[in-house]
Design a protein around this ligand. Structure first.
Ligand code: GAP
Length: 514
């Protein structure tokens, strides 16, 4: 565990050192849980967004995109339930004065039981080697069964407390489980209180009578309030989806783990409108589609899993998360929710406008049901960085740090390097860049030895390094080095566009999704 924490610290440091992510307002000592993306970070982020947007909007003829405002009429948040119910249960440790989410403390405790079981399994697997039968071991090991029983009992108690909104019971679970504050080490806890997560501001001058408005905590509501606009102007027929990428804001109290939980972040959300009664079928469909989208990136199928929700949000009748194995455990990257017709019905009620769809096949009007897929761009970014960060031994007493990013997402697709800064090689390298720059983000690099330049590109995940040498001037060939294998090959410069394109274009990836 401590080792994994070290890895995570290294990833955070790497993000800063190589221009991926910087703390916001750093020269003023930063602003809690707010981050800026640097020159490489923005490229990776844009590629993630493109992968999502095109997979939704380009590959599905019944999904269209919009871009709605961050500021919206405040009644929207009353209607959606966010004013009354978008709360976190918080608890303070009286000695350290640190504040925690009560639900997170308990979920971490549940994860500890899971870890204990995993440790027992790993120990036995090592002992028995090839003869090891995991199922049999789990069914017979007394220790595993004890841990499992404790875990299940805690889980059931926690799920009930959350569903009943029973804050006293949440506190009691923390006391009974002897959960201690990681800072003070004591179990001296306050009561659990609810805290609303929305940021608010004023619109208009006070002389005019200003209006309190909220910074949207999710992009989804901008889709719901535009449902009729899009359906009518796009002549959309159910089932159909509306996709959106945009900023969301939450006054997270426990903002930890770098860009995992931020106060200003970006979401990629798609609301899929379906006939009442068909929502669970579509829920299963989108669960599968979204997991495939993640897995197609090739970061290792074993690093993803579903996690069904114990406590459903106020609007949902089914919900699951797609989790990724981060260095600090499996964590939610995306949520898939069956939101019923709650949001559209509420907006119908609060706005007084009819929000219905006439289904020509059924010859009836209804308020559509909704399946939502909701993924955080920043969390996706973090999962990709965590999955890609690799420290590799390359020969005696030598290691390299390489970001094994999926090539389609890499910020720079190829670095073009003249072997030396003379003899016309820089000019030749620039000539090659001019043939590639219209299709790919390429970088020119002439500083330091070739070895150092390779390492610099490995550290930002560049799939190809192309070296221009004296032979290039004679026969037009270059050496191309592949990031992961470090193998080098001599190829005609005229082939580069095809070689780089074959590995870094989205086309092959999209074909896998179809
Ligand atoms: N519209 C539904 C919705 O917003 P959510 O589970 O609260 O659902 C969806 O959020 C996704 O947004 C999460 O899976 C996560 O990737 C991202 N997200 C939520 N809160 C975040 C935060 N504070 N910082 C970064 N990403 C966040």
């Amino acid at each position: 565990m401590a080792q994994q924490e070290d890895v995570f610290k290294k990833i955070v440091a790497h993000c800063k050192e190589y221009g991926f992510v910087f703390p916001s307002s750093e020269i003023y000592d930063g602003l809690g849980a707010v981050y800026d993306y640097g020159q490489n970070g923005i490229e990776l982020k844009n590629n993630i967004k493109r992968y999502w947007w095109d997979a939704m909007v380009k590959l599905n003829e019944n999904i269209v995109g919009i871009d709605s405002s961050i500021f919206m009429h405040p009644t929207i948040w009353k209607a959606s339930g966010h004013v009354d119910a978008f709360n976190d249960p918080l608890i303070d440790n009286k000695d350290s004065k640190k504040r925690y989410r009560a639900d997170v403390l308990i979920e971490e405790q549940i994860a500890k039981y899971d870890e204990k079981i995993e440790k027992e399994v790993a120990k036995a697997a090592k002992k028995f080697g090839d003869a090891f039968d995991k199922e049999k071991f789990l069914a017979t090991s007394v220790h595993c069964q004890e841990h499992q029983a404790k875990r299940d009992a805690l889980h059931a108690r926690y799920a009930k407390a959350m569903n009943d909104n029973n804050l006293e019971e949440l506190r009691q679970i923390i006391i009974d489980e002897e959960i201690a504050c990681p800072i003070s080490g004591t179990k001296n806890w306050t009561d659990v209180r609810q805290f609303n997560l929305m940021f608010s501001t004023e619109m208009g001058s006070t002389a005019d009578g200003s209006m309190k408005i909220f910074l949207r905590p999710e992009t989804a509501q901008g889709i719901f309030v535009n449902f009729l606009n899009v359906q009518k102007t796009g002549r959309m027929k159910i089932p159909f989806g509306i996709a959106q990428i945009g900023k969301a804001f939450r006054n997270e109290i426990v903002a930890r783990q770098f860009i995992f939980r931020m106060r200003e972040f970006e979401q990629m959300e798609m609301q899929f409108f379906v006939r009442p009664g068909e929502e669970l079928k579509w829920f299963e469909h989108w669960k599968k589609v979204r997991l495939n989208w993640h897995k197609a990136l090739g970061m290792g199928d074993e690093n993803y899993r579903y996690h069904d929700h114990d406590k459903l949000a106020h609007y949902a009748n089914a919900a699951t998360d797609i989790e990724f194995r981060m260095p600090f455990g499996f964590k939610e990257v995306e949520g898939i929710h069956s939101r019923t017709n709650f949001d559209l019905s509420q907006h119908q009620k609060y706005s007084g406008k009819k929000i219905q769809y006439f289904d020509p096949e059924l010859n009836e009007n209804y308020v559509p049901y909704v399946i939502e897929t909701s993924i955080g761009v920043d969390r996706m970014f973090l999962s990709i960085m965590c999955g890609a960060y690799t420290e590799e031994v390359v020969g005696e007493n030598d290691t390299r740090v390489v970001l094994k990013l999926p090539a389609v997402l890499a910020p720079v697709k190829a670095a073009i390097m003249p072997l030396v800064k003379k003899d016309g090689l820089p000019e030749k390298a620039r000539e090659i860049i001019n043939t590639l720059k219209y299709d790919f983000n390429v970088q020119y690099d002439e500083k330091d030895s070739i070895g150092k330049r390779y390492r610099r590109q490995d550290a930002i995940g560049t799939p190809f390094c192309i070296t221009v040498d004296h032979q290039t001037l004679e026969d037009g060939t270059v050496t191309i080095r592949e990031r992961d294998t470090m193998e080098q090959e001599r190829v005609p410069a005229s082939e580069l566009r095809n070689i780089i394109g074959a590995k870094t274009s989205f086309t092959e990836l999209f074909k896998k999704l179809s």
